[in-house]
Design a protein around this ligand. Structure first.
Ligand SMILES: *Cc1c(COP(=O)(O)O)cnc(C)c1O
Ligand SMILES: [Zn+2]
Length: 410
């Protein structure tokens, strides 16, 4: 029944600890629930007992890390084979940038984004605790992911999206059979409504940060990067940042692998935000954000009021890392660069990591000759409209060989 390896849920604000039985969202000691986010505290001796000898680089999927997950022993995973993604060398891109790049290709997860790492954990928990409706507010990928895993687990998904969500991103949750509720308002308003239904109807809530198990699932990417680079840990791990759960999760996983002795040093975390949605970036650099508007074409990181500001800034500080912000133009260039140099097609929020490495080189944050793992967080087909902006125009020619000669003939 229990979770022997979980010691407590601890509030990151006031430090109060709670008995880790089942589902809990936030610390009740705070008027605003988002002030009392919880961290899951583990017994690492218990984890090591289960996991020792298994860090052999062979990772079929993220359930290899079940000893690390806050899931009861008798819970049946709701899974589509997520995680265990390839770490791909990028020789052409490395040559061009003068930094040794490899790509952790999380765009190849079952619903085509990094979000699946979190969703498999939270839907498994929801089902184990007999919830039959799951909900979230999302700009897109979290919605698609939740809808997919709800379908897989035989649960109902009800998803709140803001008006600004790209049309293309709604198709995926709808095909997974979810109820999609388009809220005539902003992302925070959609989020607020999803909290109210959670309270009122008891639907299980997957919102970023509010649900502490999201970060716990996301840290499997950190465990994987550590396991895949044992003996040759990269100087940097580069992550695009919206709400901040991804960077916090990846960092927690990396630290855990060091704590357990599977790697002997940790990389520095580089967070990359869009210039139009820079609250965490500014927070890291000690600036107060005045503007709460999220204006970027990289919709997956267009977050005006990031839920996980504190954990994200902490990840960059603790790792001796840094933060950069990139423009939409730089993001589209990054998308084209990754696609054309390595055959990797990613959505703008994922392409931001390539732009982020370039920006960090420019600012002498990353030095030539260093190594970096960049996390590709979402697949290119998610957002065709912006992909078309990133790519070159096609040739348009009459069906005559002479026309080909004129353009390509030698
Ligand atoms: C959600 C998302 C991110 C950012 O993750 P946060 O936890 O919100 O910081 C980055 N890229 C993609 C493709 C995403 O879907
Ligand atoms: Zn608290």
């Amino acid at each position: 029944m229990g979770m022997e390896h979980v010691e407590a849920y601890r509030c990151i604000e006031c430090g109060e600890e709670y008995e880790p039985d089942g589902i809990m969202y936030t610390c009740p000691n705070h008027d605003n629930p988002m002030d009392g986010l919880l961290d899951v505290v583990y017994d690492y001796d218990a984890i090591a007992e289960d996991f020792d000898g298994k860090a052999d680089g062979d990772i079929p999927d993220l359930w290899k890390y079940r000893p690390f997950l806050p899931i009861a022993e008798d819970a049946e995973p709701v899974t589509l084979g997520e995680g265990g993604t390839d770490l791909i060398e990028a020789p052409q891109l490395s040559e061009e940038l003068g930094v040794e790049i490899s790509v952790k290709d999380d765009s190849r997860n079952p619903t085509a984004s990094f979000k699946d790492r979190a969703t498999t954990v939270s839907v498994t928990k929801a089902k184990h605790h007999d919830h039959d409706v799951v909900t979230c507010a999302s700009t897109g990928n979290a919605a698609a992911s939740l809808a997919g895993y709800a379908a897989r687990g035989g649960l109902k998904a009800r998803i709140f999206v803001p008006e600004s969500a790209p049309e293309g991103k709604l198709a995926q949750p709808l095909v997974y059979g979810a109820d999609v509720i388009q809220v005539e308002g902003t992302y925070p308003e959609a989020g607020q409504l999803s909290l109210e239904v959670t309270e009122k109807y008891g639907w299980y809530n997957r919102n970023a940060a509010f649900n502490p198990f999201q970060v716990e699932g996301k840290r499997t990417a950190g465990l994987e990067i550590a396991e895949q680079t044992q003996g040759d840990v990269p100087d940097w791990v580069v992550v695009s940042v919206g709400d901040g759960c991804t960077i916090a999760g990846v960092w927690k996983g990396l630290k855990e692998f060091e704590k357990l002795g599977y790697i002997n040093e940790t990389p520095k975390m580089l967070g990359v935000q869009a210039e139009g949605a820079p609250v965490i970036h500014e927070g890291f650099h000690g600036e107060e954000s005045l503007d709460e508007k999220a204006k970027t074409l990289a919709d997956s990181i267009a977050v005006a009021a990031p839920a996980n500001l504190k954990k994200a800034v902490n990840a960059m500080e603790e790792s001796d890392g840094n933060s950069v912000a990139v423009s939409d133009e730089e993001i589209l260039k990054g998308e084209l660069k990754l696609g054309s140099s390595e055959g990797l097609f990613v959505e703008p929020a994922a392409a931001a990591v390539v732009a982020g490495v370039e920006k960090a080189i420019e600012k002498d944050v990353i030095e030539k000759g260093e190594s970096a793992v960049v996390v590709s967080s979402g697949y290119g087909l998610k957002d065709l409209e912006n992909a078309k902006k990133a790519g070159r125009d096609p040739y348009s020619l009459p069906p005559e060989i002479e026309e080909i000669d004129a353009v390509f003939g030698e």
